[in-house]
Design a protein around this ligand. Structure first.
Ligand code: BEZ
Length: 396
């Protein structure tokens, strides 16, 4: 499918091999300044992380609709591209949006490996770029840049916040397990940093290729290591298979399982295999703040789906676009003014209040949640106002 106009979704780009865009070349930038704001959405719309991409995109659009469908007083056109969570295609896909489609704002993505290529293109082209999920530390660390903003988290943050609840439950020997890519390794690092600083011991770290879901070999190892607790990073469709396999292996009632994203957006599919699991994230479904109470029914009415952390991140990305565009009254060439407005903004979000650190990664609270009856319910604040270390970030 190439350049097909599809209702409110705007233009959806097909795969890389698809060839030239239908409808001819995009308008020159100057001509478009009088017309619509082009928002490029580079997200996974297929594969393991497809549901995450859909919730980010639809919640972002909801936030823009709440602004009357305008950004800086101008109508909005979305250009969507399915990145398939495939790092090998990522640089070409990002260039296609930025250079080929000349989007004004680039929004992407979910997978940390794909994010690295987006960051590279964003730094080369200078386009205003918003990262609505992927937590790879370099993006707001060694590769941070004035035009790069993350509206989600760094992989280190929720994993680090999980260490204390595990340790304080009296569990001192832990096994870590994840996919063998940036998000998995940085989640392991965040948990390890926190857990060993408290006096805990990491007995073993087990990895398998992304997006494999054949967990049996690692589960057999866990059973024989018999740790006090297991900490994992899995998300999306892979998380559903993991909790089912953990329970089927007889481990759910034997070795407490902790995580960050394991139960996020997947509870209906996970059923009994996720019931009671404890996780730490920057959102809980039942947060009692007014924004959350308005957001959840609005998202469900717009999409027919239940909100989750990915939807919240997409919504806040839409708010960030609105803040930037409003600060320059739609004159998107004034990048310094947009950056200053974002750096000064206090987000009043369904997740609670948050702001950008100097590295442009969120400073925010992390919550301990318990999966109960289809919701990730608030238990306590696991880490208050937590910032990523942002090692190596020097804003140029
Ligand atoms: C990541 O690749 O950074 C990621 C993917 C899914 C959920 C959270 C993080």
């Amino acid at each position: 499918m190439v350049g097909t106009a599809v209702g409110r979704r705007g233009v959806v780009l097909g795969g890389l091999a698809a060839g030239a865009l239908a409808g001819g070349l995009p308008l020159p930038r100057r001509a478009r300044a009088q017309t619509g704001v082009r928002v490029g959405l580079m997200l996974p719309f297929s594969g393991t992380y497809a549901a995450l991409g859909a919730n980010i995109a639809d919640a972002l659009k909801l936030a823009v609709e709440e602004q009357g469908g305008l950004l800086g007083g101008r109508p909005v056109e979305y250009v969507e591209l399915d990145d398939e969570s495939d790092p090998a295609k990522a640089a070409q896909n990002a260039s296609r949006l930025v250079v080929g489609e000349e989007v004004d704002f680039l929004v992407g993505t979910v997978h940390s490996g794909v994010q690295m290529a987006i960051v590279q293109v964003a730094r080369e082209e200078g386009v205003m770029t918003f990262m609505p999920n992927a937590g790879i530390k370099e993006a707001t660390g060694t590769l941070c840049a004035p035009n790069l903003f993350r509206t989600s988290f760094s992989n280190w943050q929720p994993a680090n916040a999980c260490a204390r609840p595990v340790f304080e439950a009296g569990l001192k020997r832990a096994v870590v397990m994840s996919w063998d890519y940036g998000a998995g390794h940085e989640s392991a690092e965040g948990f390890r940093d926190g857990f060993t600083a408290l006096g805990g011991e990491i007995v073993s770290e087990l990895f398998l290729p992304f997006p494999d879901v054949e967990f049996q070999a690692q589960l057999t190892q866990i059973a024989s290591l018999s740790p006090d607790a297991v900490f994992v990073f899995f998300a999306g469709a892979g998380a559903v298979k993991f909790t089912a396999d953990y329970m089927a292996a007889g481990l759910k009632d034997r070795i407490p399982l902790y995580s960050t994203f394991l139960t996020e957006g997947t509870l209906v599919a996970q059923g009994a295999s996720a019931e009671g699991l404890l996780t730490t994230l920057h959102y809980a479904d039942d947060l009692p703040n007014a924004k959350n109470q308005a957001f959840r029914p609005a998202f469900e009415a717009a999409t027919g789906r239940i909100a989750d952390v990915y939807a919240v991140q997409g919504y806040d990305t839409g708010v960030a676009l609105a803040v930037a565009a409003a600060a320059v009254e739609g004159d998107l060439d004034d990048q310094p003014a947009m950056i200053a407005a974002l750096e000064a903004h206090e987000f009043d979000s369904p997740r609670g209040a948050w702001r950008f650190a100097a590295s442009h990664n969120p400073v925010q609270d992390f919550y301990l949640r318990r999966a109960e009856g289809g919701l990730n319910r608030f238990v306590s604040v696991a880490a208050e106002d937590l910032a990523d270390p942002a090692t190596g970030c020097e804003m140029g």
